[in-house]
Design a protein around this ligand. Sequence first.
Ligand code: GTP
Ligand code: ZN
Length: 207
Amino acid sequence: MDAVVKKFPDISDERRDERPSRAEAEAAVETLLRWVGEDPTREGLRETPARVVKAYEELFGGYRQEAGDVLGRTFEEISGYDDMVLVRDVDFHSHCEHHMVPIIGKAHVAYVPDSRVLGLSKIARLVDIYGRRLQTQESMTAQIATAIAGMLRPKGIAVMIEAEHMCMSMRGIRSKGSLTVTTSFQGAFAEDAELKGRFFSLTGHRV
Ligand SMILES: Nc1nc2c(ncn2[C@@H]2O[C@H](COP(=O)(O)OP(=O)(O)OP(=O)(O)O)[C@@H](O)[C@H]2O)c(=O)[nH]1
Ligand SMILES: [Zn+2]
């Protein structure tokens, strides 16, 4: 597998060949500026297409990373610890795939180790990778759970995302402040109601 293929794991070969140039991306931003009624030649906007493309590189940088890039190392020395490991309140920003408008929220990620654990920061890195792609909240929740399952084979995984979708607050229904909650429970968390209940209470929710 060559380096380019690895950097864009979710894009088919055909689509990757069609990836537009930076100049084409900047021209597309200029078109949008004209479409909203702006004059892209005025001083304040002259550099905007280049800035937007640069910002998109950062905001959508998750397409150039894979879960394996960050979850690579696991640790086995846990002195027999066998309860849940929970990293909660991981702030993230993403963009909805329907409107390309921000999703802002928190992820709570827990697992019960079998023999190995992850470095704690790697969970936040995983949330960041999937956040920096176009998403639905459901897909992002499932992708985090699947990546941890594949890397760690733990006894159980719980992922909860609570997020505000700006496409619901800034436009459309304009329902400001509503939170969408999605969950994925696997293994011990799906089978053991007491464990699931502790996940809810540790993340500040009533069962
Ligand atoms: N299930 C799901 N829906 C989402 C997510 N993000 C945005 N949406 C919804 O995607 C839907 C797209 O609906 P459409 O009717 O095709 O688009 P629209 O006319 O812009 O819809 P409105 O937002 O109702 O104005 C909307 O109901 C959004 O609220 C998400 O992460 N998951
Ligand atoms: Zn949307």
